[in-house]
Every structure is written in C-alpha cells, then in structure tokens.
Design a protein around this ligand. Structure first.
Ligand code: TRP
Length: 72
C-alpha cells in the first residue's frame, strides 16, 4: 500500500489547484484538501486512509501509470 508506486507528483499549472484526498473504506468522502498555486508541486501517496485523489484545476501529474495533463 505504501510502496513507491503509491506516489504521484502533482504540478499546478494555474493558481488555486485543489488536491483532494478521499477516504478508503465503505464511506468515500473528502478528508483533506490542499491548494496549490501555479508551479507549486506536491508529492502525495495513497495510504491506508487515502484511496483516491481528486484534482481540480489545470495540473500535470506523474504517476506509475504515466504522465497526465489537462492543459489544452
Ligand atoms: N493523512 C493523509 C493520509 O495518510 C494524508 C494524505 C495522504 C493525503 N495522501 C494524500 C492528502 C493525498 C491529500 C491527498 O492518507
């Protein structure tokens, strides 16, 4: 669960990008919200508490599954 594959790198491409952690288990809800401004980066990990991560805003991600961007 907490090996290196659980990490994702997030680079905000605009101000006010939200990185939201969702809980693991039967009750899936927001438990954490982090706001990144342009060019701020965050390295986040899936944990026993976090099963999903929602990102609102323009951002570039690097994950074990590849690189993803929602820039036009
Ligand atoms: N305390 C949270 C946890 O261990 C912190 C966290 C981990 C988190 N990964 C995250 C918060 C991703 C937001 C997004 O699960």
């Amino acid at each position: 669960m907490t090996d290196n594959n659980g990490y994702i790198v997030i680079k905000a491409e605009e101000d006010g990008v939200n990185v939201i952690g969702l809980t693991r288990g039967t009750d899936t809800r927001f438990h954490h919200s982090e706001k990144l401004d342009k060019d701020e980066m965050m390295i986040a990990q899936f944990t026993e508490h976090t099963s999903a991560i929602k990102i609102r805003g323009k951002a570039t991600l690097q994950t074990a599954h590849g690189d993803i961007s929602n820039l036009k």
